[in-house]
Design a protein around this ligand. Sequence first.
Ligand SMILES: [Zn+2]
Length: 69
Amino acid sequence: MSWGQWANIAVHQRYMQPVKTRRRCWCGCKTRATHTGFANGLAMTAPMCELAARRWVKTGDVPTKRRVG
Ligand SMILES: [Zn+2]
């Protein structure tokens, strides 16, 4: 994923979708990941907890510096 595509996230609407996974959230909350961030029909984040997903939808920021891709 290029930085140019990330810039597009600021243009396209972000939203979150529930996902079924047994993975842990990676934001550090130690709960199960329940949501993934989408933009323009594409998954933009790794599965994460609802709180982290809400924050991403609102700000476009991830809880850590780590990003997918
Ligand atoms: Zn979390």
